[in-house]
Design a protein around this ligand. Structure first.
Ligand code: ATP
Ligand code: MG
Ligand code: FE
Length: 343
């Protein structure tokens, strides 16, 4: 049974096909990073236009690579939100057009559910599990007691981790997206600056990164004023150390408190080498399995949407031809909608 999925929530046009929920057949990603680089971030209008240009060729490429035709596909899954509305609409309309023309069932997928389910293409889930979602727009700790159900136990109160990376990178005059650049610099520097860590109230699993971001900006500004030399590699290493410290400590505490069997890392920042290393060390001697997707499944792709979509499809979720892009789609509500239809 093949599920074809489309993802256009931000700046990658992606189409993938997954077999029997967990076997990745093909994963095509057309990235627009080059077009957004000179603006230092994603420009929504440009993103939509690129998606329109790329969607048909990306679909054709995915089918060609898999040697399948639309007739072989069981259902069409598509990211319905959250994301940029104009970008999401391109994918949603393409999915609706195929579903209507070929009379295939249509399944709407939450982008973050997708990031989490990227892991299931590598390893089967065991519940309860805790997911640490660290992406460009989200930083959350999510408890899952069964397939398709999501309970947010902690989230960022201001910036997302990826957003903090991108903003700090911009201050260091590094090109967009800044995450991979800082990751590289950090590996060459020393943790010599004591940047703050926002632990928040006792027992809180929430996050906050705006104070850290400001602290980095102030440090660079003051150094410039006083003509002090500070090495960008040291700023990167010290900033990254602070982010990783908070993320890994809160994930560890939550995993223990909720007695989970697995900890699943998801989203673009899961590609961070420093974070991957520290998490491995933290969970190495624990009776908790740590899953981190391979690099190509960390950042946006459609394989993860096919993976989450296949589960929603099995649970009975069907979208109508009135499916709309939903830029503010809530993860917990999305989960309830899907699991309630299970028979
Ligand atoms: P969301 O998934 O929340 O809607 P998004 O789709 O834009 O946001 P992703 O594609 O999941 O985000 O991830 C992109 C983010 O990941 C960017 O902020 C980027 O800087 C960051 N990122 C990518 N690789 C790394 C890395 N090696 N280290 C740190 N951050 C990274
Ligand atoms: Mg992206
Ligand atoms: Fe994403």
């Amino acid at each position: 049974q093949y599920i074809l999925a489309i993802e256009t929530s931000c700046d990658e046009t992606a189409v993938a096909i997954v077999k029997n929920e967990r076997e990745l057949i093909t994963n095509v990603v057309a990235s627009q990073i080059e077009s957004h680089k000179r603006f230092g971030g994603v420009v929504p209008e440009i993103a939509s236009r690129h998606h329109i240009e790329q969607i048909t060729v990306t679909l054709e490429e995915a089918l060609q690579q898999s040697q399948l035709t639309i007739d072989d596909i069981e259902a069409i899954a598509v990211t319905e939100g959250p994301g940029l509305v104009g970008a999401l609409l391109v994918g949603v309309n393409a999915a609706k057009a195929i579903a209507f023309a070929k009379q295939k069932p249509l399944v709407g997928v939450h982008h973050i559910a997708g990031h989490i389910y990227a892991n299931r293409l590598e390893e089967e889930f065991e519940f309860p599990l805790l997911s640490l979602v660290v992406s460009g727009g989200h930083t959350e700790l999510i408890l899952m007691k069964e397939h398709g159900s999501f309970e947010v136990i902690g989230e960022t109160r201001d910036d997302a981790a990826g957003e903090a990376y991108d903003k700090v990178a911009r201050t260091l005059n590094l090109p967009y997206p800044g995450g991979p650049q800082i990751d590289q610099l950090a590996s060459e520097g020393e943790v010599s600056i004591d940047f703050p860590r926002a632990w928040l109230e006792d027992g809180s699993y929430d996050f906050s990164f705006s104070g850290l971001k400001s602290s980095v900006i102030n440090k660079l500004h003051n150094a410039k004023q006083k003509n002090e030399e500070i090495l960008p590699v040291d700023v990167a290493a010290s900033f990254q150390a602070s982010v990783i410290d908070v993320l890994s400590t809160k994930a560890y505490q939550a995993a223990k408190a909720y007695g989970v069997k697995q900890v699943i890392v998801a989203g673009g920042v899961a590609a961070n080498r420093g974070l991957r290393k520290v998490l491995h060390e933290k969970f190495e001697n624990e009776d908790i399995q740590l899953l981190i997707p391979p690099l190509h499944l960390c950042t946006d792709n459609a394989a993860m949407i096919a993976s989450a979509g296949a589960v929603a499809y099995r649970q009975g979720h069907r979208a109508g031809y009135d499916l709309n892009a939903n830029p503010g789609l809530d993860l917990e509500q999305y989960g309830m909608r899907n699991t309630m239809k299970e028979t």
